[in-house]
Design a protein around this ligand. Structure first.
Ligand SMILES: [Zn+2]
Ligand SMILES: [Zn+2]
Ligand SMILES: [Zn+2]
Length: 128
């Protein structure tokens, strides 16, 4: 029991470490490929879901329908409400958190539970 717990913590720390070292967001597959130990995709998703629920990680859904994750660094208005823009590059496929923020409108009669802002185009690196 204790061993299992330690291993889970180790995997969680590795996921966090990988996310902290990237300048862009990562899909579960990207994280899995960067892991120094073999961890299946279901476990990666479970770890990411847990982090997202705690407000430690947020994600944006890319054009291909995949979720791209980034560590939260005080970037959320609340756990699931984020107002910064994400940029998906059509050339390198990287999805990046941008510092640019949008104001979230007050939608009369609607409840906002989650926000995702994605702009698609060509990034600086690919344009150069
Ligand atoms: Zn965040
Ligand atoms: Zn690019
Ligand atoms: Zn972001």
């Amino acid at each position: 029991m204790e061993v299992k717990k330690t291993r889970n913590t180790e995997k969680q720390n590795l996921v966090k470490d990988i996310l902290s070292k990237t300048e862009h967001t990562m899909s579960a597959e990207d994280i899995m490929a960067a892991m120094p130990i073999k961890v299946n995709k279901t476990t990666i998703y479970r770890i990411l879901d847990r982090f997202a629920a705690k407000g430690e990680v947020h994600f944006v859904t890319g054009k291909n329908g995949k979720a791209y994750y980034a560590l939260c660094n005080g970037c959320g208005v609340s756990h699931d409400i984020h107002n910064h823009i994400h940029f998906e590059c059509q050339e390198c496929q990287e999805v990046t958190c941008l510092p640019n923020k949008l104001s979230i409108p007050n939608l009369e009669g609607f409840t906002i539970n989650e926000t995702q802002f994605l702009i698609i185009g060509v990034c600086n690196k690919c344009k150069a």
